[in-house]
Every structure is written in structure tokens, then in C-alpha cells.
Write a protein that binds this ligand. Sequence first.
Ligand code: FPP
Length: 228
Amino acid sequence: MSHSAHGARHVAIIMDGNGRWAKQRHLPRAMGHRRGVEAVRALVRAIRPLGIDTLTLYAFSSENWKRPEDEVSDLMGLLRHFIKSDLNEFITNDVKLKIIGDYRVLPGDLVTLIEGALAKTAGGRGGTLAVALNYGSQQEIVRAANAAAARGVITLDSLAAELDTADLPPLDLLVRTSGEVRLSNFLLWQAAYAELYFTDVLWPDFTVGHLEQALTEFANRERRYGGR
Ligand code: FPP
């Protein structure tokens, strides 16, 4: 696909199906998450080649704390490992890391790693990887509404300016894998005019080619923003 022929600047993905991928293979769930990180890595490398500005990934929701303790700690371990192993590649590829959600309540060493990575990639101009950590869209909207109210009257713009995504381009395309057809408290405000794309592919099997298919479909949809 030629650079930005699809016109999507900001793509977000609900990465679902790691558990089912592992179950199908009689493997522990942790293996599904581990393979899920491989899928993440391939997509991050493709940000620039695919001509998108921002890729936002739902890695850990504010509801995911309800999972068994060992699964939560597996996911934290994978994030730790991902930042350590891929930070240099981000810097080389000029990719900027961004976090949405309240990551400050994560384990202290992970917060330190994240803040180091944010600082080291802050100047990145080759695209943005936004990772949602301890993110919940309703919580984000309530917090943003309170912040906007504290500054004066709430308007569409004053509220949007307080969202975690304030400095990101408008959301164009929201993808969810594994056949589930719901938003699960992800980017509810931001998805107002986004195109939604659902695929049965389980997250560990999701490739750059699958994202290209989604972008091709996006390019063929007619966006009206309520007009006609
Ligand atoms: C959904 O699968 C996936 C998650 C809850 C976690 C997603 C996290 C990763 C892919 C790894 C860490 C991310 C980064 C950015 C390095 P599920 O467990 O809900 O699957 P199931 O619905 O089949 O059980």
C-alpha cells in the first residue's frame, strides 16, 4: 500500500483472543500473551511503512485487575520485558511512546521504566505508539469533565483537551480482534466518528497483512460525520 493512500492517521486496536489462542493449543494463557507481544512488535515496526501516525493499543484495562493475580503479574512482566527489549528499536526508528490511562499505579519499577522510555522517545517523529495501561474510557471522561469544569464551562473542545488523547490525531479506525463485537470501555469519546472493524482473527495470529486489510476497507468506506 502506498504511503497513507488509506488516509487513516490514527488506528486503535483492542487486542483480544490471547487466551483462546492458547487454549486451542493446550498451552497456558501466558503463552498466548507472550505470542501477543510478538504481534505487537511486528505492528509497531509497521507504523511508518503503513503510513499511519499513531497506533493505540489496549494492553491493560482498568477492569483487567480483576483477573487472577498470576495473570496480572504475567502481563506486567511482559510489559517490563517489552520496554526493556524494544526501547532501543523505538529510538532507532524514531517512534515516540505515549501512555494513556493511569499507569502511575502500576508496580514501581515498571513506572520507572515507562517514564524513562517516555523521556527517551519524546522527540520521536516517526510515528507514535500509544499504549493504554490501566485505562478506562468512562473514568477518563469523568476525570476530563471535572478538569474542564474546574477551568470554566464544559464544551466539546474543553473536555477533549483534558482527555489522555488530547495530543493525538482524531481516531480514524478502531479494530477489535477475536470476534467480540463491543468496545469494552475503550476510547468511547474518541470513537464518535471512527470506523469500526471487527475480525475473527485471534490477537496472536494478527499480522501486518491483517491490518493492511483493515486499512483497505477503511479507505473504501464513506465517512459522513453526520452529514450526507
Ligand atoms: C486479550 O486476550 C488480551 C489482553 C487482556 C492483554 C493484551 C496484552 C498483550 C498483547 C501483551 C502486552 C502488550 C504490549 C503493548 C507489549 P484475552 O486474555 O482476553 O483472551 P481471551 O478473551 O481469548 O481469553
